[in-house]
Design a protein around this ligand. Structure first.
Ligand code: ADP
Length: 155
């Protein structure tokens, strides 16, 4: 079974990696799909985000990194894969995720969204909070891999 794990990954954190690791154990193939959304203000370019994911996930033989723009349902059709995984951290994620899942179902009836519950220790972790801590010189080594930490410091 193949699944798509879509997101901004700006940049990838241990929270994302945990979801990918667990998906890689449950599914035959995981496609990590980085959303190329030019209207959103990202710290890292699409190529940089892909590169950081590739470096971080190089040990996984059944995880591939890809990129998409536009509607997720169109990308899923193009890939011939109708299963999507999203991570759920807190109640605050729920409303948006539910809306997205239902909208995607409406757009494409075959589309199925699977939710994977975040590990307690990563439940507060987001790319935004990591960037915010880094801007003020805080230690982010427990939130992101070394390659990501170095890349943030360079920015
Ligand atoms: P998006 O902009 O699509 O929310 P993100 O890169 O922020 O993209 O997140 C991609 C997916 O990973 C989302 O489903 C999000 O809920 C999930 N996610 C992000 N951080 C964590 C975390 N710490 N633990 C579990 N899931 C997470």
């Amino acid at each position: 079974m193949r699944v798509i794990y879509p997101g901004s990954f700006d940049p990838v954190t241990y929270g994302h990696i945990d979801i990918i690791d667990r998906c890689a154990k449950q599914f035959n193939e995981v496609i990590v799909a980085v959303l190329d959304n030019r209207s959103k203000k990202n710290m890292f370019s699409i190529d940089e985000r892909i590169e950081l994911l590739k470096t971080t996930l190089s040990d996984y033989t059944n995880v591939q990194i890809d990129t998409f723009s536009g509607l997720l349902v169109d990308y899923a059709k193009e890939k011939g894969c109708n299963k999507v995984v999203r991570g759920l951290r807190a109640i605050s994620d729920f409303e948006y995720e539910m809306q997205m899942a239902l909208a995607n179902k409406k757009l494409s009836h075959e589309m199925e969204t699977f939710f994977m519950v975040a590990q307690g220790r990563y439940a507060y972790l987001s790319s935004s909070i990591v960037k915010e801590i880094a801007i003020f010189g805080g230690d982010i080594s427990c939130f992101v891999p070394k390659a990501v930490e170095d890349a943030i410091k360079k920015k």
